[in-house]
Design a protein around this ligand. Structure first.
Ligand code: AMP
Length: 292
């Protein structure tokens, strides 16, 4: 299969997107940091199913990594990523250098979320969502697509980007897509490749804790503290897991929910060895849906 067209420069990327749109075609956009796996590819397929054209960006964004995080070691491999995309009929891959996104190495204008970054992952990753919002705000100018596709795997990120699009009047529809999992339930992640065999076996604990939450919700439990206690018990049965948080919040406002009335995001973050993993489920009790 032919490799997709690769763009490294911003003006050419924008021009290519605009050229499709000027012919009346819609463009779907999938922002990623590369090291593509089935989770990313599912977003590309969703974008493809709803749009005439699909662009993807591959950029390991330095400003969303906190000091001491894995920016240097984050997996990179454009050749492999392009090969994975070759069977998916992608119309453009925007793969800029750091110096293209941040020409003088400095950022003097950030997009900073309010409140929505004050819990969950925002607590242990100060500045992370500022980095995410800033790069996504830039990417949405460079790839002025009709729709953007994000994974619910990063539920806080999805909520923050949805709100940013609303607050800043971006003419783009954000589509949040289901979590793609390994056969044992572990949510796919580029960081899973850091896990050694023993850690990989234990990493399923996050999913198991969410399965327990699912059971409790289905059985009618509505008190968040009881669900969190049970989830922590499940997680503690995996000796390599160190819990960072187990939280139940509203999926849009991300505010803590002591009692689950209708919609809830049940989110967990933990370290397995040195690798930080996150996972979640979303429940809508009005429709009875519990999405793992
Ligand atoms: P990343 O490359 O990790 O920044 O992720 C790029 C996009 O892929 C984000 O919108 C993620 O939420 C999404 N994504 C990552 N892992 C998964 C997964 N297992 N299932 C669905 N979407 C995912």
């Amino acid at each position: 299969m032919p490799l997709p067209p690769v763009f490294h420069e911003t003006a050419a990327t924008r021009a290519a997107v605009r050229a499709f749109q000027s012919r009346g075609e819609t463009v779907g956009f999938v922002p990623t940091m590369g090291a593509l796996h089935e989770g990313h590819l599912s977003l590309v397929r969703m974008a493809r199913s709803r749009n005439d054209r699909v662009f993807i960006s591959i950029f390991v964004n330095p400003i969303q990594f906190c000091p001491g995080e894995d920016f240097q070691s984050y997996p990179r491999g454009l050749e492999n990523d392009l090969a994975a995309l070759s069977v998916l009929n992608v119309d453009g891959v925007f793969a800029p250098l750091d110096s293209t996104m941040y020409p003088d190495g400095k950022v003097l204008t950030y997009v900073i979320p309010e409140r929505l970054d004050q819990n969950l992952c925002g607590l242990s990753r100060p500045g992370h969502f500022r980095g995410v919002c800033t790069v996504v705000a830039k990417l949405f100018h460079i790839v002025p697509a009709d729709e953007a596709f994000l994974g619910r795997k990063d539920a806080q990120q999805a909520a923050i980007v949805r709100r940013m699009v609303q607050d800043l009047n971006y003419p783009i529809r954000v589509v949040v897509c289901p979590i793609v999992r390994e056969a044992d339930g572990l949510a796919m992640s580029s960081r899973n490749r850091y896990l050694g065999p023993e850690e990989r076996a234990q990493a399923v604990g996050l999913f198991q804790s969410l399965r327990r939450a699912q059971e409790l919700l289905a059985a009618g439990v509505r008190d968040s503290a009881s669900i969190v206690t049970e989830m922590r018990r499940v997680l503690r049965s995996f000796p390599s897991i160190r819990i960072e948080y187990v939280s139940i919040v509203h999926p849009d406002t991300l505010e803590d929910l002591p009692h689950i009335g209708s919609k809830a995001l049940v989110a967990v973050a933990a370290r397995v060895g040195r690798t930080r993993l996150i996972d979640n489920l979303e429940a809508d009790l009005e429709t009875g849906r519990i999405d793992l």
